[in-house]
Ligand binder design. Structure first.
Ligand SMILES: [Mg+2]
Length: 390
């Protein structure tokens, strides 16, 4: 009984550092009754998304059939896996739905870890403070869902300040918030007063859309301590969901990512302000991301076997090997190298990396052409070292 209690406590503490898992239906099925304890997987898999399983919205590298092999015939999850991406801009539940549709398997929101997922760990610090969320998609919705109560997107925040972007009249597009504010005769958002409430934190949730406007407005917020147009003040904390210089999207060559935006903002801020920009970047290759992924995978196993005790006293499920499958040596492979064992890195040739051999700066443990080849390798290896029939 003591062991069971200790294991339950360990699983609960792992859940605290990872996402809140609500034991979704996919794990609730009676898989544990069908598979004895000896068959519990001793390995897990983390997939990067862009350039590995998708390019834009198109599946690549045989990803749908590769992922299908990780489920049983009845659609139950058989091998613990998650997506570990530096991308984002929508909630984890929305992204899980989209991935399920594109890849043809059921993906649970707990299996989606995005660049901004660690922001939820900062809720206690900023819960009731005014914060600004930057980036494509629905950055303010993402932050609100994490529990932040006073969030404005940079579009909405900027729309309250006339002439903050002198180039706005030359821009062919109009954001929804700008149109709304034009028709609402500058009514101030009831959640806060942007003219007197200081912005206490800035979160770059996803790739910024209007770099020129965003750099201008962020310089205003950061230089003045959160009150654009006012005198200089202490810089509020600035967080980036990732620091990718480039990434593989639908276009044949790499696109500039959040890291490129950060360089632009930093160079300009440092040129117009006395103190250098201070910031924190999350996302791969930060080893924290891999620790967090390990805790989430451990919880997946716990939910796959809810009636069984974990093998290790006082700890969650222990993996012999955790596979990171990525296309970007600097981000995916470097991250797995920094995290150390049990991480094992697999580099595909479907995205940023197109080399013949291995990357020279951040060599992977294995280089393959596609994600399908990677899964083939993993299952063959794990089948031969385990009695279980994966
Ligand atoms: Mg990638």
């Amino acid at each position: 009984m003591r062991l069971r209690l200790a294991l339950r406590a360990a699983a609960r503490s792992a859940a605290k550092v990872s996402q809140k898992i609500s034991a979704p239906e996919i794990f609730r099925r009676s898989y544990s009754q069908l598979h004895p304890q000896s068959e519990r997987p001793s390995f897990g898999i983390a997939f990067d998304i862009d350039g590995v399983v998708l390019r834009g919205r198109t599946p690549i590298g045989g990803s749908p059939q590769a992922l299908r092999r990780l489920y049983g015939d009845d659609g139950t999850l058989k091998i613990p896996f998650l997506f570990l991406t530096n991308g984002g801009g929508v909630t984890e539940s929305k992204r899980a739905l989209e991935l399920s549709e594109l890849l043809g398997v059921h993906i649970s929101p707990v299996q989606v870890v995005q660049g901004h997922s660690p922001f939820k760990e900062l809720v206690n610090r900023f819960e009731d403070e005014l914060i600004v969320a930057v980036g494509k998609g629905e950055p303010a919705t993402v932050m609100s869902e994490y529990g932040f109560k006073k969030v404005l997107s940079i579009d909405e925040h900027a729309s309250y300040f006339s002439d903050i972007d002198p180039l706005s009249p030359y821009k062919q597009w109009k954001t929804k918030q700008m149109l709304d504010s034009m028709y609402n005769s500058k009514e101030v958002n009831p959640r806060c007063n942007v003219y007197s409430d200081r912005v206490k934190g800035v979160f770059v949730v996803s790739d910024p859309v209007d770099w020129g406007r965003d750099i201008q407005v962020l310089c205003d917020i950061l230089k003045t301590g959160g009150l654009p147009g006012k005198e200089k003040g202490h810089q509020p904390p600035l967080y980036f969901a990732s620091d990718d210089l480039e990434y593989q999207a639908a276009f044949p060559s790499e696109r500039l990512g959040m890291g490129a935006f950060r360089i632009g903002l930093q160079s300009i801020f440092n040129a117009v302000h006395d103190s250098p920009l201070e910031y924190t970047s999350f996302g791969k290759p930060n080893p924290f991301v891999f620790k967090n992924a390990e805790a989430i995978l451990s919880n997946l196993v716990y939910n796959m076997y809810p009636h069984q005790e974990f093998a290790m006293e006082g700890r969650g499920h222990t993996f012999t090997t955790l596979y990171m499958i990525g296309d970007n040596p600097k981000v995916d492979i470097n991250g797995a190298l920094k995290a150390g064992r049990p991480w094992f890195s697999i580099l595909t040739r479907t995205g940023v990396f197109r080399g013949k051999d291995n990357d020279t700066q951040f060599p992977a443990d294995l280089v393959v052409d596609t994600v399908e080849e990677a899964i083939d390798h993993i299952l063959r290896k794990e089948c031969s070292t385990s009695s279980s029939a994966f």
